[in-house]
Design a protein around this ligand. Structure first.
Ligand code: ADP
Length: 270
């Protein structure tokens, strides 16, 4: 916990101390203000930056979600960061990294505050109907093999979303949910340590537990959902998320439909 009213800046040394020996302590790039941590991480990746590169920002001027949507986050309140990975995998496994990042964030927040977070397929963190965070995974592949993966996350930590913001989108934060101001440096270190441990297991081929956890944490499983794409709406009951990260639906005819996470939005009834 952090004393009320004293915002703690993000600090590389504190993060490195918290991480201990880690792939994420080798190349940390911290900006007070940047367009988007994903955009910079992608540039660094193309210029040969090593696996584990961590790009952090106190504020983003062009934070982005999927489908050209904006990610908005006030200066110095939240966590905004991107990690660069180079797993020797084929493209089918990339969704594992989104799963690992979501689960690591959920477990680190639970450990520090006791609050329960769920995953709204494919890439959002929710508490009940309110969005606590979003992930954005981008990648480059060559001959079906991964060159790099850029994993970004915006997590609302010590920000109190006002009435105005909540009119536009149902945002919440760790502070709003738990009444606790948490140290972002500590939360980040804990999250990345968890990430690294799961990533090592996934590299060794051990992914069964990940799929089980991901399905347990899924907010939409068992619910009636609408999948909205550019020219279509598909309705059905969400059954599960499969190994590739696709959502399995049962439609009104009882047919099983597989929805890839690509460019679709999901709406659901609580
Ligand atoms: P979707 O949930 O539709 O997949 P994205 O993952 O692309 O959306 O995230 C962008 C959307 O998230 C924005 O359109 C906005 O509604 C919402 N949003 C933007 N900033 C925040 C924030 N800090 N907290 C919660 N929601 C946000």
């Amino acid at each position: 916990m952090e004393p009320q009213g004293i915002p703690e800046p993000l600090d590389k040394e504190t993060i490195i101390r918290g991480l201990g020996e880690s792939i994420f302590s080798r190349n940390i790039i911290l900006y007070q203000r940047i367009n988007s941590t994903n955009v910079l991480a992608k540039e660094l990746a193309l210029n040969g930056a090593p696996e584990g590169t961590l790009v952090l920002a106190e504020e983003q001027t062009a934070g982005k979600g999927r489908l050209n949507r904006k990610w908005l986050s006030p200066d110095r309140e939240n966590l905004l960061f991107t990690i660069l990975l180079r797993p020797p995998w084929d493209a089918d496994n990339i969704f594992l990294l989104t799963m690992i990042l979501a689960i690591s964030a959920i477990d680190a927040v639970k450990e520090m505050t006791g609050i329960d977070i769920m995953i709204k397929w494919p890439n959002d963190l929710y508490i009940r109907r309110n969005k606590l965070g979003g992930l954005l995974t981008e990648f480059s592949i060559k001959d079906r093999v991964v060159e790099h993966v850029i994993l970004g996350i915006g997590l609302n930590v010590n920000w109190m979303p006002g009435e105005e913001e909540r009119l536009h989108y149902p945002a919440t934060s760790i502070l709003a949910e738990s009444g606790m101001r948490v140290s972002r440096n500590e939360l980040l270190s804990r999250l990345l340590k968890r990430f690294e441990a799961s990533y090592e297991r996934a590299l060794a081929g051990d992914t069964d537990d990940l799929h089980i956890r991901w399905n347990e944490l899924s907010l939409v499983t068992g619910k009636d959902v609408e999948i909205i794409s550019q020219d279509d709406v598909i309705r059905g009951k969400a059954i599960a998320i499969d190994r590739s990260g696709a959502l399995i639906l049962n439609n009104s005819l009882g047919e099983e439909i597989k929805i890839l996470s690509g460019d679709v939005s999901l709406r659901f009834q609580v």
